[in-house]
Write a protein that binds this ligand. Sequence first.
Ligand code: ADP
Ligand code: MG
Length: 724
Amino acid sequence: MDRFDLVKESFMKKEVPACAPAGKTSDYYGELVFDRKKMCKYLDAESLQALLACIEGGKPLDRKTADGVARGMKEWAIEHGVTHVTHWFQPLTEGTAEKHDSLIDYDGKGGVIETFDGKMLAQQEPDASSFPSGGIRATFEARGYTAWDPTSPVFILDDTLCIPTVFISYTGEALDYKTPLKKALKAVSDAAVPICKYFDPGVTKVYSYLGWEQEYFLVDEGLYAARTDLMITGRTLFGHSSSKNQQLDDHYFAAIPPRVAAFMRDLEIAGHRLGIPLKTRHNEVAPNQFELAPIYGETNLANDQNQIVMNLMNRIARKHGFVVLLHEKPFDGVNGSGKHNNWSLGTDKGTQLLAPGKDAKGNLQFITFFVNVLAAVQKHNALLKASIASATNAHRLGANEAPPAIVSAFLGRTMTDVLHKLLEVPSDTPIEIAGKKSKSVGLVEIPEVFVDNTDRNRTSPFAFTGNRFEFRAVGSCANCAGAMTTLNAAVAEQLIAFKEDVEKEIAKGKKMPVAIMDALKPIIKSVIDTVCFDGNGYTEEWKKEAERRGLDIETNVPKMFCQFTKPASVEMFTKTGVYSEKELEARNDVKWETYVKKVQIESRVMVRMALNHIVPAALEYKGKLLKEVMLAKEIYGNLDNCTTELRILDDINKYVEAVRVKATAMKEARKKANVIEDTYKRALAYHEIAESLYDLRKPIDKLEEVVDNKMWPLPKYRELLFIS
Ligand code: ADP
Ligand code: MG
C-alpha cells in the first residue's frame, strides 16, 4: 500500500460503536474495583475491621488478615471470570509492570483448584533484575519485592486481578514511584496537622489531592504504522508543518469528531467500571489533540488511576483504529501535550486548606497554607523543575506554547493584592470574605469564590486557580508521582519550619492570630519579591528578571537532575523521610541513563530514516528531473527551458548533501558519547546530540517541500493531523 492508499483508507474509516454500557453510569461505576462496598459484602467482620485499620491507620497487614481478605477477594474475582492475578507496580520506567500468575494449583487428586491466599496478596518477589535501579541492586541484593498498598484498591483488568503494590529492594530502598510518593504524602500530613490544630484541634490527618488533566493526540493507526519514528520514539522526528495548523483556533473546544467521541465514550465506560471518576473531555488547541480529566481525588489513588487510564487509552484507541500519542511533543509547530496536576490539601474534617474559609479564622488558615506553599516552591523551584524534566518533556518546556523552563507562581490580581495588603495592616487585622462585613471592619478582603476566569495565565507553570494550585509543567507521559513527591515533600519541610517560627512568636507572648501573621509576614515579603510572577512567562525579559531574582533558568535536562543531590534537596528529602541520599543518587543515575537511551534511540531512528527513506526518495526525484533535463537537451539542443528543473536539482543536491553530512556527524558524536564511562557526562554528551536532531531535521523538512508529493514515502503532517 502506498501513502495515498493509506490516507484514503484512514479517511474512509467508519465510526466504531462504543461498547454498550449496562445501564446508567451509577449502576456500573466501580464494579471492577474491590472497594468498601465489596469489602463489606465479601469479607468476614474480623478481616474487614483489620483491613480498614490498615487503610485508615496505616497499620501493616498481618498474615491472618491478609488470608481473610484474600478469601473474600477470590470469591469476588472468580464471579467476574478472573483466572489470573498480578502485583501491579510502577517501576522507574514509563508505565506499569505486571507479572501474571494463574490462580491454579494441584488439588492432590490429579486436577487443579483455584487458589489465592494472603501470601499472594501481600507480597511477591518478582525477579526484578531488569528494572532500572541506579545500581542499588547490583551492589546489594539482586531481588526486589512488591508489597500490597491497601490504600489503593485491587481491581480487575480483563481476566486478571491487579494488586497495586510498592516495589522495594531487599535492603529497603524504593525502586518505584509509589513508595516515595506515599512517604511524601505522610510527611505533608504529619507536618500540616500541627498547623491545622491552631485552627481546629480536632484535625488528625491532612490529605493531598490531585486532579490531573491528561492531554493526548490521536492518529490513525495505518498512518502511524507507516511512520517508523512515531512507532519507535512516540514522536515525529521530522515533517514539514502543514499549511494549516492551529492558527485559526478552530479545534479548541470544537465539536468532537464522531470517531473520536466513540473512542472517548468507550474509554469513559472502561474507566467508570474501574471506579475512575472521568469527568471532562474536550478538543485541545492543536489539531487531533484532546484532553481528559477526572474529578480530583486523594493523590496516591489519583495517580494510580492516571496510570490505569494511560494504559486503557492505548488499548481502547486501537479498537477504534487510532493510536494514542502520550509524548509531550509529537509534532513540531503545534502545541505539545502536558498533564496539569491540580493539587491541594484538605483536612479529615473536610476543610480545603487552599480555599478561602468561612470566617476570619478560616481565611487565616487559608493564607497560612497558601503562603507556605509559595515559600516551598520558591526554595525548591529548581528541584521542582527537575522533578518534571525528561528527555521528552524537554521539547515542550521552554518552547513557546508551554510553561517556560522557570518555575514561578501565578497568583492572580486578587491574591496578589491580598498579600500586599497583609504587609501593610497590623497583624491582628481580620481577613474577611468580601461583602460579608461592611468595608470598615475587614480591611483585608478575599472574594468567597474566584469566578474571574479572565484572571488566568496560561504561561505560568504553577498557577493558583481559586482553591488549588495547578502544576502545569508536568509532562503528558510522565508519572505524576515524580512531581507530586517533590511538591508534597517540599511543602512538608516548609510547614515544619513554619511551625517553629510560630512557636518562637508564641514564646514572645503573642496570641495566636498575631503570632501566625508575624511569622507569615517575612515569608510573604520574600515570595512576592521572588517566586510570584503574574506577567507573561514567555518573554525574554522574564528570563533576565527571573535570573536576577535568583530563580533557576537552567534548560539542560541532564544538568537539571543534579538538583536532586544538592545539599538543600538532600536535607529536605531526608528530613521528611522521603528519600535517602543513596536513593537520590541512584535515581539520578536512572534518570541520566534513561535520558541517554531515549536520545540514542531517537538519533538512531532519525539517521536511519534519513538515509533509508528520505535520501532515496530525493534521489529518485532527482533521477526523474535529470532525465527530463537530458531529454530537453536532446530536443532543444540547450537547457534554456530547464531553469526550474535545474533550480530544483540544485536544492536537492544541497539538502541531500546536508543530510548526509549531518547524519554522519551525528553517528560520530554517538560513537564518542557511547564510550564515556560516567553516566552524567554521557548524558551531557547526549544532550548535545539531542540539540543536533533539530539541525538534521531542517534539510529533511526542506526536501519534503521540494520532492514530488507522489514520491514522498512518509505520511505528512497534514495527513497525520487532520484525519479523525
Ligand atoms: P480547567 O481546565 O479550568 O483547569 P478542568 O475542570 O478541566 O479545569 O480540570 C480541573 C481539574 O482540577 C479537575 O480534575 C478537577 O477535579 C480538579 N480540581 C478541582 N478542584 C480541586 C482541588 N481542590 N484540588 C485538586 N484538584 C482539584
Ligand atoms: Mg486546568
